[in-house]
Design a protein around this ligand. Structure first.
Ligand SMILES: Cc1ncc(COP(=O)(O)O)c(C=O)c1O
Length: 485
């Protein structure tokens, strides 16, 4: 069954679609934006678009514009007309992508997208295969049991507890639950704590799949601004005080996508305000260990029992392992454990054993990852500075993301143009609400060193393509007037 989008809902998703810059006509701009939303997952395949007349009225454009946009999408195979269901978006394209005006055909198949910069996730840690081998040797010792464990293996919970203790947060193994990664941990905690339709405080921009989670739970989102220099802590404290949300979701260390962190003082302020408001704060520490040159800070969990931490080995070891954790009060974990049975029946034993092997020498793994990311970040920043003097580059003291200001260039237009250069990007608005951050792009520092120059060359070609299509918009591109958060 198709998901039905009203014209109002589609308008919200479209954001500032007219100003993307790359499209020569209004109907093309509308078609391009809908295509982008489909490609980056904001409009799921199968979504039913509103009737042409209804959308034209809502967007204050002529009916011909919407007809033209739908016809463009239909010709490109992104829209099908289903009898009785109207126009339905589809990613199963049946016709080839039309040739661009400059004669370059955009890639049609996944394999022709050579560089995937859509995920800020690095390849596996070099020591991972050896850790798996060691775990495999130990596995038969666990086979006499059923192997279903909602809390996690005691030895891994103890290892995660040590991970917190080493960072200055006293933690017992029964304050830890092992999960299938941080995303799973987030969903488990949010589902447990979130009253349907309740408010959730988030940073903006933020990690998109957290927003997906809260939206799936029908949350009402309250957004506090964050940029590459830090979070607007006044806004966080004020929203906690005035709106008393049951839940807040923050990334205290190397926030995704901005890379900024809360100061120790800000952590104390936020924890105090959350306690007064009765708010549980989910501290997402997925990138917390990737400290490239900032220096240690006290984990948010040290500031009180209302902080629930989620973490993962996805960034330090490998996303494909799917091991993460929740650290929180025993009673909270116990009730999440009971609820978890309706979702899954525990984390695979081999992966848990592998995680325990890796955490035995966490320092070595983290150091290797930091050295790799630091070299890649430095090379990427240097290359960007040379090729794109009008862009605003972030300090990026940790984590994987560079949150780059594009000057006057549209992130959505760049993302579409980059596809024709074999690069997959995620445009800035995917990290915001209601179309914000059109002048930003997140570039993850996960490109291997030998690939950085070819990636930058391709990116420059994509940027040129956007600029060539609407030259007047881009001449004034400057660093100083680009920051919108
Ligand atoms: C901030 C943040 N939280 C959670 C996740 C999901 O992590 P995992 O792979 O452990 O589910 C990611 C992955 O990109 C992330 O960046």
């Amino acid at each position: 069954m198709s998901l039905v989008y009203s014209a109002q809902r589609l308008e919200r998703e479209l954001g500032r679609w007219r100003s993307t810059g790359a499209s020569p006509t209004v109907y093309r701009a509308l078609a391009d934006r809908i295509r982008l939303l489909l490609l980056d997952g904001r409009l799921p395949s199968g979504t039913r678009l509103p009737a042409e007349r209804e959308l034209a009225t809502t967007l204050h454009v002529s009916r011909t514009t919407v007809t033209g946009a739908y016809a463009t999408l239909r010709a490109a195979g992104y829209l099908t007309s289903v009898r009785g269901s109207g126009s339905v978006l589809s990613l199963q394209r049946t016709t080839p992508e039309p040739v661009h005006r400059d004669g370059v055909t955009a890639p049609t198949a996944a394999e022709s997208l050579r560089w995937d910069l859509s995920q800020s996730a690095p390849p596996a840690y070099a020591g991972l295969a050896a850790a798996y081998r060691e775990a495999l040797e130990a596995l038969p010792g666990y086979m006499p049991d059923a192997g279903l464990d909602l809390g996690g293996l005691p030895e891994l919970r103890a290892a995660v507890a040590r991970h917190f203790q080493d960072r200055g947060v006293p933690t017992a193994p029964d304050q830890v639950m092992i999960t299938l990664g941080a995303q799973h941990g987030l969903r488990l905690v949010a589902e447990h704590l979130h009253l349907p339709g309740g408010r959730v405080l988030i940073e903006q921009p933020t990690y998109p799949h957290a927003v997906d989670t809260f939206r799936a739970l029908k949350a009402r989102l309250l957004a506090a601004p964050v940029d590459v220099n830090g979070t607007d802590v006044e806004a966080v404290v004020e929203l906690l005080r005035a709106r008393r949300p049951p839940l807040a979701y923050l990334m205290p260390d190397f926030q995704n996508p901005t890379g900024s962190s809360l100061t120790d003082e800000d952590r104390a302020r936020i924890a105090l305000a959350a306690r007064s408001a009765g708010t549980v704060v989910i501290a997402d520490e997925t990138t917390a260990m990737l400290d490239l040159d900032r220096g240690p800070r006290t984990p948010l969990a040290a500031y009180g029992e209302q902080i629930v931490s989620i973490g993962s080995l996805s960034k330090t070891a490998w996303g494909g392992m799917r091991v993460g954790w929740i650290r929180g009060r025993r009673e909270l974990l116990e009730s999440i454990r009971l609820q978890r049975r309706s979702i899954d029946l525990g984390t695979p034993i081999l992966e848990q054993l592998t995680a325990a092997v890796l955490l035995r020498d966490e320092r070595t793994m983290v150091t290797a990852r930091i050295e790799q990311l630091r070299a890649q970040r430095d090379a990427l920043l240097a290359g960007l500075a040379t090729r794109f003097p009008g862009w605003t580059l972030p300090p990026a003291p940790g984590g994987l993301s560079l949150w780059v200001g594009l000057g006057e260039l549209s992130s959505s237009a760049l993302t579409l143009a980059a596809r024709a250069e074999a690069i997959t990007l995620v445009p800035g608005p995917r990290f915001g609400l209601d179309g914000a951050f059109e002048r930003f792009i997140r570039l993850p520092a996960v490109v291997p060193l030998p690939e950085i120059e070819p990636v930058l060359t391709a990116l420059a070609a994509a940027a040129r393509r956007v600029e060539d299509e609407s030259p007047s918009r881009h001449r004034s591109a400057g660093a100083s007037d680009t920051t919108v958060v």
